[in-house]
Design a protein around this ligand. Sequence first.
Ligand SMILES: [Zn+2]
Length: 306
Amino acid sequence: MEYPKNQIEFNEMFKTEQGCIDYLKSIRWPKGFECPVCGSLRYWEKNKSRYDCRDCGNETSVMSGTIFHKSTKPLSVWFTAIWWMIAQKNGVSAKGLQKILGFGSYQTAWTWLHKFRRLMVLNSRSKLKGIVEVDETLLGGKKPGKRGRGAEGKSLIAIAVEVKGGRTGRARLVKIPDASSESLHLFIENNIEKASKIITDGWKGYNGLSRLGYLHEIQKPTVKDEDGEGVLPNVHRIASLLKRWLLGTHQSYLNKNKLGYYLDEFVFRYNRRTSKSRGLLFLRLIEQAVITSPISYKEILKNHGA
Ligand SMILES: [Zn+2]
């Protein structure tokens, strides 16, 4: 599948609305139109973006059922927004997007960014595997929290990361209610393939992983390393990256209960940190956009947090 390799190619490919529509068509229907209701391949073309199914009579536009559905903004504006978001190495703010696109409404910019974050998480749902470090970290709040039950004013984040020799692979971060074995086992089963080797510290919430079909290694701090900083170095590094990123980019993360979305964005960026190609990330998000149902501002508010 074709994608723009740089800004000049992006400008060239998407300089007209029709160029954007054709690109979306080629991703949604690579073998030609297919009726989303009955699957028929027979159609009348109503205009450049709308089709009538010859078998069931359903009228479809290339945008229907995608995140662009019923938008009053041209596709070219959507594409520009996605392209811009991907280019920002350290995350984005709704204010920044509003400025770039000249939107009158902050709420529209805010809603779009959350739509994009949703695409980011749906984009890579295959489970982690191999050797995986798992730990939890507490975010926010002033007092140090207690492990095992939710600390007041804090969010507990479960972190898993693949370890490949001296490097890390993909990561997963999810807000969890507490550090009980019920919550931790659920996180692990949802995010890590069976038969993987899981490395944790000695916390009792991780007991029983071998019964679930995992290999389980417990790393204990040495006598010299009483605070445990020497164990699980990879998850600890991700936890501190996350904290720095949230403080630098999304300072509102604590009071607005948007943490779940920010974690998704962080994971998307982390998992693609070595990807040199902005265009490929753009393609991945557009591919996800055409198979993702539209979501409204209200629904985004409702789904906030974990
Ligand atoms: Zn049909």
